[in-house]
Design a binder for this molecule. Structure first.
Ligand code: ANZ
Ligand code: ZN
Length: 808
C-alpha cells in the first residue's frame, strides 16, 4: 500500500472537524486545564507563511500531548484583522476592507486546517467582528472612566507631499514609504492610554513569571526605570530651570546647562535672547530629526548658546551658560539637563566642542572621551565642598538629602516608557466610542449603545487635512450628547493596531458571550494562559500592552489573576535557503501550500520542528524536507511489516521506554528536534530487531503530536481504533518505566594495555569482577595475558575494560 498522504490528510482533517475531538470544555472539574496560546495571525493577502508554521506547530504538539496526558486543553485560534495592509489594499482595489478581511481569513483558515492543527474551531475570534470589538470598545470606556484615557498633543509623522499622517512603519529611512516624500513631525491632538501608571507593576510583577530571561530583560529595559533627582537652577531670566539627573553627586562639576529645542522657556524668553534668529533656525532644524537620531551617542554635538540668559549653580553660586541642543529630548525627564563634562561622555564632547570648562569632581574616573566611569561607585569626590572624600555611592544620597532639605529639589523616579498613543487617523480600526459636546466635553457612549459600528464610507483614502476618513461622514459625525442631549460630534479617530490583540486570549475563554467579554465562570476556569509562545518582536509592544490591559481589568474586578500569562517562550525565525531573511524581493519565500502539496502536511510539520533549536534562527532547506518525508515513509512501511502480536518485542523494550521518556521530556522543554531524532532512532531499532503491533502502538502514540494524520491512519489500519473506540489523538500518552529505560545487556570492548583484543556482551551495570572474568575468557585476551600479572583494571561502565598487565 502506498503512503498516499493527500487523501489520508484530507480524510482525518474532515473527521476532526466533524467529531471535534479538540473541543475545550469550560468548567470540567475532572481534568486539569491547560491553556496553550499562540499569537493569532494578521490575515494578510499573502496567506500563511512558514514563519507561522514553526510556532504554531510547536504549540500544537504541546497541546496534543497534553490532551493525551488527560488535560482539558484550550488551544484556540483567531485573526488580528484591523490594520494598514488591508486598508491600503482596499484603497488600491476599491474593495471594502471587511470583504478583503473576509477573503483573507477564509484563506488562512483553509491553510491552518491543511496543516492539521488541533484548534477548537468553535472558538475562532476576529478582532474586526462587531461582536468582538464591542468589548474592545467597552474596555476602552472603562479606562476612560478611570482617567487612564486622555487627550494630548503628540507629534505624528506627516508626509509633506501626500499630506497624510503616516504610521511609524510607513516611514522608511525618514521618507514616506508611498511617495518618497519628506516626512516631518507635526503636533496633533491624540488619545493616549496611561500605561506609565502601571510601569512599576509591569516591572516588579515579572519576578514571579516563568518568562524566558531575554523577554524579562527587554521589558525591563523598555520600561527603563531610573532613580534620580530633580534639581532647580535659578536663571537670570527669573524662571527656575528644573533638570533631571541620576548623578546629583556631580553638582559641583556642572559648567553649563542645556534646554531641549522644544522647551517652553525658549519661547518665553524670546525677547531676552539676543541671538533669537540663530536659536529659531536651530529649533527648526531639530524638528526634522527623530528622537532616535538625536540621541545617538556618536553623533556630532551641535547647539546654540543663549545670549542674554545664564543659570546659577545652586551648589556653589557660579553663573553658567545655557544652551539649546538637540541631544536633550523634551520627552524625557524635564527636557533640561545640567552639563557635567567631567563625567558624562556626551557632555564631555559638547564641552570640548564649545570650549567650556571641565571640572573633575570624581577621582578615579578617567576624564577622557573613551573611559567614563558613569556608574562607578568606587570613585571618591573631589572639588565638591561638603562631599569631598565620600565615595560616589555615599555622595548620591547625601546630595539628594541636601538638595531636598535646602528646598532645591527632590528625589524622582523616571521611566523611559511613554504613554501609549491610542488613536490613528485611519478607517480600518475600532471606532472610539466617545462624543464631544461643547458643553459637557468628552462624553462616553452609554454601554448599551455598543458596539459603535464603523460606518460605510465612500472612500477609505486619508484626508489631506490629516483627519480620519470618518471625519467626512457628517451624518455619522454629528450626533447628540448622551449627557445633555445637545448637539455633539463623534470622535473620528480609530483605535491603533494593538487594541484588539490586547485582550483576545480572554475572548477565547467564552467567545460567544454577548453579556460580557467573557463569563466569570469561564475567566475563573481558564485564567491564566498556561503557556504563551510568540515572537521576540512582540516583547515590548503587544506583550507589554496586553499585560497592562490585563492588570487594569484585574483592578476593576473583571479578571481573576493579576497577570495574563504564566509562561512565555519565544521561537527563532525561519530564514530562506542560503540563510537570508525570507522576502518577496529576494524571491526566497517558501509557501507552505507548495510543501504540503508535494510532501504532505505531516512532512511539513516534522521538518519545521526538526530544522534546528527552536529558540534560534534556522535556515530552510528543501533537500532536508525530503529527509523528513523519507522518515515518514519508513514508518509507513514498518507498519506493513509489523507482526500481529500485541506484545512488545523484548529486544525493543528498553528502546521503547527510553524513547517515551525522551519524547515526554523534550516536548515539555520545546526540544522538538531531539524528540524527533529519538523517534528516528527507535524506528531504526524496530527495523533491526523486527517489530510487533504492540511495538508500533508506542511509536504511533509518540509520533502522533508531530505527524497526526499518518499516525491516525496507521492507528486505524493496525486495529487500535476498532479495539479502543478512540482515535490516536484521543488515546492515552504512554508511561515509561525508569528501570526499563536501560538496556538489559551491553557490548563492551576489552583492551589489554590499551590495545583492543575483543568484545564481550554483559548484563548492564556489571561489576568489575564479573567483567574481568568474562574478559579473560576471550581467547585473544587469554593469550595476551598469559604469564602476566594484572596490576590495574580500568573499567568504564557498560563501555570498556582495560587490563594493565606486567610480566610476573
Ligand atoms: C548629570 C549627569 C552626570 C548625568 C553624569 C549623567 C552622568 P538615565 O539613566 O537614562 O535616566 N538626561 C536627563 N534628561 C535628559 C533628556 N531629556 N535628554 C537627554 N539626556 C537627559 O539618564 C539620566 C541622565 O541623562 C541624567 O543624569 C542626565 O544627565 C541625562 F556624570 O545628569 B545626568
Ligand atoms: Zn453635552
Amino acid at each position: 500500500m502506498k503512503y498516499d498522504f493527500t487523501s489520508i490528510e484530507k480524510k482525518w482533517q474532515d473527521k476532526w472537524l466533524e467529531t471535534k475531538p479538540f473541543a475545550a470544555v469550560t468548567g470540567d472539574k475532572n481534568r486539569e486545564k491547560f491553556f496553550g496560546l499562540i499569537e493569532f495571525p494578521y490575515p494578510s493577502a499573502q496567506g500563511l507563511h512558514v514563519g507561522h508554521a514553526r510556532p504554531f506547530t510547536a504549540m500544537d504538539i504541546i497541546c496534543r500531548k497534553k490532551r493525551m496526558q488527560g488535560y482539558n486543553v484550550l488551544f484556540p485560534i483567531g485573526y488580528d484583522a484591523f490594520g494598514l495592509p488591508t486598508e491600503n489594499f482596499a484603497i488600491k482595489t476599491h474593495t471594502h476592507p471587511a470583504k478583503v478581511t473576509h477573503d483573507n481569513v477564509a484563506n488562512f483558515r483553509k491553510q491552518l486546517q491543511m496543516l492539521g492543527y488541533s484548534f477548537d474551531w468553535d472558538r475562532e475570534v476576529n478582532t474586526t467582528d462587531p461582536n468582538y470589538y464591542k468589548w474592545t470598545q467597552w474596555i476602552f470606556l472603562q479606562m476612560f472612566k478611570k482617567g487612564l484615557a486622555y487627550k494630548a498633543s503628540m507629534p505624528v509623522n506627516w508626509c509633506t507631499s501626500c499630506k497624510i499622517v503616516l504610521a511609524n512603519e510607513e516611514v522608511v529611512e525618514g521618507v514616506c514609504e508611498r511617495c518618497g516624500g519628506e516626512v516631518i513631525r507635526k503636533e496633533k491632538s491624540q488619545w493616549m492610554l496611561a500605561i506609565t501608571k502601571y510601569a512599576d507593576r509591569l516591572i516588579d510583577d515579572l519576578d514571579d513569571l516563568d518568562f524566558i530571561e531575554r523577554v524579562k530583560i527587554q521589558q525591563k529595559n523598555w520600561i527603563g526605570r531610573s532613580e534620580g533627582t530633580e534639581v532647580d537652577f535659578q536663571t537670570t531670566a527669573g524662571d527656575t530651570m528644573t533638570v533631571y539627573t541620576t548623578r546629583c553627586d556631580t553638582l559641583f562639576g556642572v559648567t553649563y546647562m542645556v534646554l531641549s529645542p522644544e522647551h517652553p522657556f525658549l519661547d518665553k524668553w524670546k525677547d531676552r535672547i539676543q541671538n533669537w534668529d540663530e536659536v529659531a533656525a536651530y529649533r527648526e532644524e531639530a524638528a526634522h530629526k527623530s528622537d532616535f537620531e538625536r540621541s545617538e551617542l556618536n553623533k556630532d554635538k551641535t547647539g546654540v548658546r543663549l545670549a542674554g540668559v545664564e543659570a546659577i549653580n545652586p551648589a556653589n553660586g557660579t553663573h553658567i551658560p545655557v544652551f539649546v541642543s538637540d541631544y536633550v529630548l523634551m520627552s524625557y525627564g524635564t527636557g533640561a539637563v545640567m552639563g557635567v563634562p567631567g563625567h558624562d561622555q556626551r557632555d564631555w564632547e559638547f564641552a570640548t566642542k564649545f570650549g567650556l570648562p571641565i571640572i573633575e569632581v570624581v577621582q578615579g574616573g578617567d576624564i577622557t572621551k573613551e573611559a567614563f566611569t558613569l556608574k562607578d561607585d568606587t570613585g571618591v569626590m573631589v572639588n565638591s565642598g561638603f562631599l569631598n572624600g565620600l565615595t560616589v555611592k555615599e555622595a548620591i544620597p547625601t546630595m539628594k538629602k541636601w538638595v531636598t532639605e535646602q528646598g532645591l529639589g527632590h528625589p524622582k523616579t523616571n521611566f523611559k516608557l511613554r504613554d501609549w498613543v491610542f488613536s490613528r487617523q485611519r478607517y480600518w480600526g475600532e471606532p472610539i466610542p466617545l462624543v464631544h459636546c461643547d458643553k459637557c466635553g468628552w462624553v462616553p457612549l452609554p454601554e448599551e449603545q455598543l458596539p459603535l459600528l464603523l460606518p460605510e464610507v465612500d472612500s477609505y483614502e486619508v484626508t489631506d487635512t490629516g483627519e480620519s476618513p470618518l471625519s467626512k461622514m457628517t451624518d455619522w459625525v454629528n450626533t447628540t450628547c448622551p449627557k445633555c442631549g445637545g448637539p455633539a460630534q463623534r470622535e473620528t479617530d480609530t483605535m491603533p493596531q494593538w487594541a484588539g490583540s490586547s485582550w483576545y486570549f480572554l475572548r477565547y475563554m467564552d467567545p460567544h458571550n454577548d453579556k460580557a467579554l467573557a463569563s466569570k465562570e469561564a475567566l475563573d476556569y481558564w485564567s491564566p494562559v498556561d503557556w504563551y509562545n510568540g515572537g521576540m518582536e512582540h516583547t515590548t509592544l503587544h506583550l507589554l500592552y496586553s499585560r497592562f490591559w490585563h492588570k487594569f481589568l484585574y483592578d476593576i474586578g473583571v479578571v481573576p489573576t493579576k497577570e495574563p500569562y504564566a509562561k512565555r517562550t519565544s521561537h527563532g525565525m525561519i530564514l530562506g535557503e542560503g540563510g537570508e531573511k525570507m522576502s518577496k524581493s529576494r524571491g526566497n519565500v517558501v509557501n507552505p501550500n507548495d510543501i504540503v502539496e508535494q510532501y504532505g502536511a505531516d512532512t511539513m510539520r516534522l521538518y519545521i520542528m526538526f530544522v534546528g533549536d527552536f529558540e534560534k534562527a534556522a535556515t530552510w532547506s528543501t533537500e532536508a524536507v525530503k529527509g523528513s518525508k523519507r522518515f515518514l515513509d519508513r514508518v509507513w512501511n514498518l507498519a506493513e511489516q509489523a507482526e500481529e502480536s500485541d506484545d512488545v518485542t523484548p529486544a525493543n523494550e528498553s528502546a521503547i521506554h527510553k524513547t517515551v521518556k525522551k519524547v515526554t521530556d523534550d516536548v515539555d522543554n520545546l526540544k522538538m528536534n531531539t524528540a524527533i531524532a529519538a523517534l528516528m532512532t527507535l524506528v531504526n531499532e524496530f527495523y533491526a530487531n523486527g517489530c510487533t503491533r504492540g511495538d508500533m502502538r508506542y511509536l504511533l502514540l509518540l509520533l502522533n503530536p508531530f505527524a497526526p494524520h499518518l499516525t491516525e491512519e496507521l492507528w486505524e489500519s493496525l486495529g487500535f481504533a476498532a479495539k479502543t473506540g478512540k482515535m490516536c489523538c484521543q488515546a492515552e500518552w504512554p508511561e515509561f518505566d525508569e528501570s526499563k529505560t536501560v538496556a538489559a545487556a551491553v557490548d563492551m570492548a576489552v583492551q589489554v594495555n590499551g590495545k583492543l583484543k575483543g568484545t564481550i556482551t554483559m548484563p548492564t551495570d556489571s561489576e568489575e569482577q564479573a567483567v574481568v572474568e568474562a574478559a579473560l575468557a576471550v581467547e585473544k585476551v587469554a593469550k595476551a595475558t598469559e604469564g602476566m600479572k594484572i596490576v590495574k583494571t580500568i573499567l568504564v561502565k557498560n563501555r570498556l575494560v582495560n587490563l594493565i598487565v606486567k610480566p610476573q
